[in-house]
Design a protein around this ligand. Sequence first.
Ligand code: NAD
Ligand code: GLY
Length: 388
Amino acid sequence: MQTVISVPLPQNPYPVVLEAGGLGNIGAYLSQPERISAHLGSHQSGHKLGKENLGKKVLVVSNPTIWKHYGPTVVTSLAQAGFDVAHCILPAGERYKTLRSLEKIFDSALAHRLERSSTMIALGGGVVGDMTGFAAASWLRGIAVVQVPTTLLAMVDASIGGKTGVNHPQGKNLIGAFHQPRLVLIDPETLHTLPTREFRAGMAEVIKYGVIWDAELFEQLEAADQIDRHRAFTPALLLDMLRRSCQAKVDVVSQDEKESGLRAILNYGHTIGHAIESLTQYRTFNHGEGVGLGMIAVGDIAARLKLWPKDTAERQYQLIQKAGLPTQLPASFETAAVLEVLTTDKKVRAGQVRFILPTGLGQVKITDQVPTSEILGALRQMQAVAAD
Ligand code: NAD
Ligand code: GLY
């Protein structure tokens, strides 16, 4: 069964398709968009799919693990639909999200003679998605990209909204562009092979949507027996969680495509999370784990500032723990160093660090009025628990 969410951006509308087994239909969806648009309704026209918009040549970008599992299905489906398919396989991992990897994509694009009318397809997690999106944004000054996310995190977050880019040695995602995909195709079946730690990382972003936008999603996760691994979910609950999370992201992005205001709320937990990730040299925590820790910290800050009740902060803590995510900072972690990193974060405006603080379940506010003492207090609290 197909679930379709429309991203109603005036210049770049596109569908997010959720379908178990959908990977095998990618060729059909790209060549016969009516198989998607039938579900969108007539008011949502304007999606730029079909060979007249995507060209015949496609370059699929992936990494060795994902390619081994899903490359053949995708290539077969594309070839059957008449596409001329090439692929570019990059090494896996955040440390390869670099300009050097981008060059490899461009080399493949050149070898396959990708034209203005051609398309790149990102088959993988957020690393592959961000790099492929940026390559597509810059190749011949911009060609089409299709996102096929295979991690939970990429399904609910990275693949939607058009943020693309690579890291600079001095910081994450410093080089990039907004480049919306033509289609996001989510096949929940790919989560079967995703390592549990990666699944949990994605749960951090799902919980984020529960806190910032969709209180019912939060309560649904609280009510579930177990949420710390893929196999604990029924197909129906998994699909509903994906649908609600994607809808939350779409709602926000479609109101503020280029992050001039509202979209910043998607960074809930991220600013402190990034600082924790970088201060532990990206070796201790992955992105989602950093976000989980960041959410605990800002949840506590909001409670200290009496913006939301202490027991709601506790509910958030419990849910993050239930998702199997880390909730404590290492005893050796230097909490004061976070303050320094915060001031170099790219989200700093006029020297002020902006925080997204919860004010209720499903509601947040953006503020730069957070005393340093409360930031340190919240971080030390997380460490104090660790030292017990
Ligand atoms: P990732 O892309 O590194 O994938 C995690 C690991 O899972 C990799 O080793 C990958 O090979 C493996 N993997 C992926 N899918 C698999 C599958 N189905 N089966 C088996 N193994 C699989 O990590 P991620 O968490 O998906 O993405 C993190 C990246 O996303 C970061 O670089 C972050 O900056 C970026 N991001 C971007 C946005 C955005 O809006 N563009 C939002 C959030 C995060
Ligand atoms: N992940 C944050 C955003 O897309 O804006």
